[in-house]
Design a protein around this ligand. Structure first.
Ligand SMILES: Nc1ncnc2c1ncn2[C@@H]1O[C@H](COP(=O)(O)OP(=O)(O)O)[C@@H](O)[C@H]1O
Ligand SMILES: [Mg+2]
Length: 221
């Protein structure tokens, strides 16, 4: 199982000559076999935290350790770590000219994980989330909620150890929300490190660990 530990992590964005601290001295753990929920109002730093967690945005200070390894000190070997992470962004990004299935295959092949087993997993996930019949469509031919569910399939197809989902139930009706929650609970049982950001009370309820952010700071932390 994979445990990720943040210690005094500050993440900043450069705005002109100034640095804006979107996450400030955050310390916390994201453990295997648990669902960790990051919540807080818009602008609180949820997406920033998930970016730093999924190795996409290096912190300005502090450390992020994956099973005791400081990931941002790995240099190009960070790419190997990335292969064991599944990410669903707040706004799903698809290549417009490809079908949704083509997009899933592209992501699998980019991480060297395009094989029969993973394709099979993707089909099963798509079936489960009720989007299997949409996979031959192009991204602009489906609704926001459908695109969101396909982005979850894409994030999970390669069987990652760490799963970071940015507002995974945004645009979903209650039925689809229930499907996603059941899936997250199953991933937890499999020992995955599941991390979601959300405002959704239904999703907050299933969190084993809750981090409440406000203005980039952990409340009560
Ligand atoms: N690329 C960026 N450049 C500059 N500022 C950003 C960028 N992304 C986010 N921010 C700022 O950082 C803060 C936290 O943003 P974000 O992590 O997206 O919050 P949340 O996901 O909780 O809504 C906000 O004030 C936002 O305006
Ligand atoms: Mg966000």
């Amino acid at each position: 199982m994979l445990d990720v530990v943040f210690r005094d992590v500050t993440v900043s964005y450069r705005i002109g000559k100034r640095a804006y601290e979107a996450l400030r001295e955050f310390s916390g753990k994201f453990e295997g076999g648990k669902i960790t929920v990051v919540f807080g109002p818009s602008g609180a730093g949820k997406t920033t935290l998930l970016r730093a967690l999924s190795t996409l945005l290096p912190p300005a200070s502090g450390t992020i350790k994956y099973n005791n390894i400081d990931v941002y000190s790995l240099g190009s070997r960070i790419r190997e770590v990335r292969r064991s992470i599944g990410v669903s962004f707040q706004e799903p990004i698809f290549v417009k000219g490809l079908t949704l299935w083509g997009n899933i295959e592209l992501t699998l092949s980019a991480s060297g994980k395009l094989n029969g087993e993973n394709k099979q997993r993707a089909f099963k996930l798509a079936e489960r989330l009720g989007v299997k019949n949409l996979l031959s469509k192009r991204p602009k031919e489906v609704s926001g909620g459908e695109a969101r569910r396909v982005s979850l399939v894409r994030a999970l197809a390669h069987n990652p150890s760490l799963i970071t989902l940015d507002e995974p139930t945004a645009y979903l009706d209650w039925e689809a929300t229930e499907m996603v929650i059941a899936l997250l609970q199953e991933l937890r049982e499999e020992g995955k490190t599941v991390v979601v950001s959300t405002h959704d009370p239904e999703l907050i309820k299933v969190g084993d660990v809750l981090y409440s952010l406000r203005y980039g700071r952990l409340l009560g932390g």
